[in-house]
Design a protein around this ligand. Sequence first.
Ligand SMILES: Nc1ncnc2c1ncn2[C@@H]1O[C@H](COP(=O)(O)OP(=O)(O)O)[C@@H](O)[C@H]1O
Ligand SMILES: [Mg+2]
Length: 613
Amino acid sequence: MTLHPHDLTTKPAAPARIMHPAERVKARSPSDWRIIRRLVRDYLGRQWAALSIAAACMIIAAGTNGALAAILNPAIKKIFLDKVPHMLVTIPLEIMGIVLLRAISGFGEQYFTNSTAERIVAAVQRDMFRSQITLDLGSLNAIHSGEMISKFLYDAAVLRNAITRGVAGLGKEIVTLLALFVVMLLQDWQLTLISLALLPAVAFVTQKLGRSLRKSSTRGMEETGTLARALSETLSGRRIVKAYNLEEHVAAIAYGRIERRLQYVIRAVRSRSASVPSTDLIGGIAAAITVAFAGWQAMHGQLAINEFASFIAAMLLAQQPVRNLSQLMAISSEGLSAANRLFEIIDAKPSIMDAPKAKPLQINRPRGGGISFDRIRFQYQPGSPALDDISLEIPPGKKVALVGPSGAGKTTIFNLILRFYDPHAGTISIDGQDLRTVTLTSLREHIALVTQEAILFDESIAQNISLGRTEASHEEIVAAAKAAAAHDFIAAIGGYETTVGEGGLKLSGGQRQRIAIARAMLRNAPILLLDEATSSLDSESERQVQDALAKLMEGRTTIVIAHRLSTVLDADIIYVLDRGRVVERGTHPYLIAQGGLYARLYRHNLEEPLGCS
Ligand SMILES: Nc1ncnc2c1ncn2[C@@H]1O[C@H](COP(=O)(O)OP(=O)(O)O)[C@@H](O)[C@H]1O
Ligand SMILES: [Mg+2]
């Protein structure tokens, strides 16, 4: 059965907010001014104190350079010409004073610009992280974790570079340039105008290079993301890579990615390298024209040699700030595209949030947590419904089993109970409260989930268990571990402070699973969701885990998804799912007597005791 738009009582989940590169090209990126304004408002503005100190240091440092040159005059006059004895002390002391001031202000300039840039990047990273962690699963799944990490590190570094250079450079170069411009004007305003005639050309070239740099640098960042993605996939699949002799194969893929990224990065390097020489070239041509014009004026007696000399000096001095500025433009256009990519992450809004008047979920006492699905429809992707008009009653305190072939929609039911996604039609309620009217935090507080793959973090075993309830005491953690039949092996491998290694690699599947069960024990939630919690275990660990699970289920509303049907024989109700629909329901003896899908699955299961599909 297909879903028609008019079947939907609520809007389908909005498409993921993180745009695909191809889409991004189409969507007009926000103007540079918008990005700059936001950078200033949200980040640079908060660092104004440090930035002012940096600017002050910059001016002092520049002043000390002038002072060092200026002191030559009195030094020569008073020491060498007038031979004033005490000047032998005074002048060197003055020099030392200036040098000291230059050292201090130089340090201040470097320290405050660089540390501010780092602080800004950290603030951007914090905002990115917060936004990522609060995103709903649908949007999160749209972006690969490797790419996200690359944005966090590489794009952020591009931004930092732009801020460091921009903050340090912009003010200094513009001030210098203005000063030199005034000097030139004072000497000869006509010559000044002529020397400026080629300025539009500089602007044109700078803009062109900036645009091409921006494009290649954006692609470079994207390719860095793809590379990070390939790396993270290879690393997490390293056992398979070895087992199937795939080293050469994955190397070839990685080399391809590295090569592609290299091409874009080199293109960016080319534009960046071209920015200074091309401004130099135009500046040189301007100088040549000016000399010709000045010479012509001099020959007609309109320009004195000293005026000419000082004009040309100012003009040549102006070349350095102009080339610095043009390089700065290039770097800041890279920085802006990095900022744009980072803001995209920060602006991603979760499509699953608390309703405006959401209340905490109230669970009936002593026995509560009844769940009901009323005509639920849901699809991950348009056109292929994962749940198709499903209604379920899970009575409080009972054990209900979901059974069915792979892909039937069992895990999807858990995803909806936890509100990882919202259904497109129908209502899910717990103890009579529509899930969309309760807060997400309170909903998830009342649910403990144990999945097939126990997710462990590279922390101590105690910390991993306490994730179930972070404020639990050590005694409670130990009690939970004992109930989960995990205490003995934990003691054997060195106690609760032992770290489990990346992804729990140092533990066996059964051990990891028992830690996950201890975590669920500690959570002490009225609703328990077990998604093939024992499927990946050998029969010995399964027996131990089954015992632990039986204890965990006592007094809770439990939904079990199990491939091994022997584990659901005692369920109060068994729902049999197939292709997103409930095809049968009842107790084990009833369903066997019916001789339908369940009976077939069960027979199949008995023939193949390890029958994991
Ligand atoms: N994150 C997802 N994105 C797209 N489709 C999905 C996703 N998760 C599951 N599906 C699809 O939804 C259907 C039901 O999946 P699932 O609930 O995981 O099945 P089961 O747990 O019964 O094996 C399947 O067709 C599956 O391909
Ligand atoms: Mg599943």
